[in-house]
Design a protein around this ligand. Sequence first.
Ligand SMILES: CC(C)(COP(=O)(O)OP(=O)(O)OC[C@H]1O[C@@H](n2cnc3c(N)ncnc32)[C@H](O)[C@@H]1OP(=O)(O)O)[C@@H](O)C(=O)NCCC(=O)NCCS
Length: 190
Amino acid sequence: MTLPLSTAATARSTPADATEPWTAPAGLLCLRPVRPEDKAAMATFLADLSPRSRQRRFLAAKHRFTERELRGLTVVDQDRHVAWVAVDLADGGERIVAEARFVRLAGRPGSAEVGVAVADSLQGRGLGRMLMATLAREARRGGVTELHGYVDSGNRPMLRRLEELGARMAVDHPGVMRARVPLGGSPCSV
Ligand SMILES: CC(C)(COP(=O)(O)OP(=O)(O)OC[C@H]1O[C@@H](n2cnc3c(N)ncnc32)[C@H](O)[C@@H]1OP(=O)(O)O)[C@@H](O)C(=O)NCCC(=O)NCCS
């Protein structure tokens, strides 16, 4: 995905303390909106992703993230830029194991671009699907009518997640697909 890495924080439409416990095969995880204090945990999460997952997430070979980029990923207004994380609460800590976000397109607040990443060790267990459903719900709730995603054409897991949401696919440029997900229905429908 090509999401910008920096955004300003102002209003909130989703309470920052909203949480959703979710029992994953790996234990109890909590899905909640990202918070500014997640910056260090976000840095660790991104650093621990495999090079392939980082490449697929950012459509670029990202080896390190600047303070400004990390702030952009964690200090969000939950309106223009909506971002959730899955945290593993084991041992009393809050280890980020996945992140998912959408950012409204400039001048087109009803359209937003999505980005998501799940820790390599937890991929293929339903977490990405759950996060995409959460994003779709939050997007509908915020009046977004269309989600967009740019996906490496070899990234079957992400293409499947988008197809599940009803995406229409087109080749954006060689090696990259553009997915467009029209969001109809109620805030609870996936
Ligand atoms: C793409 C990505 C986000 C998908 O997340 P994920 O957690 O691996 O995906 P899921 O586990 O939700 O996918 C569901 C699959 O797991 C299977 N699954 C296994 N256990 C499951 C469970 N308990 N619940 C639901 N699905 C389960 C489903 O059958 C489904 O299989 P399918 O892909 O053959 O349809 C993840 O692979 C990732 O982070 N990749 C690197 C970054 C990236 O590519 N980002 C996308 C571009 S922004």
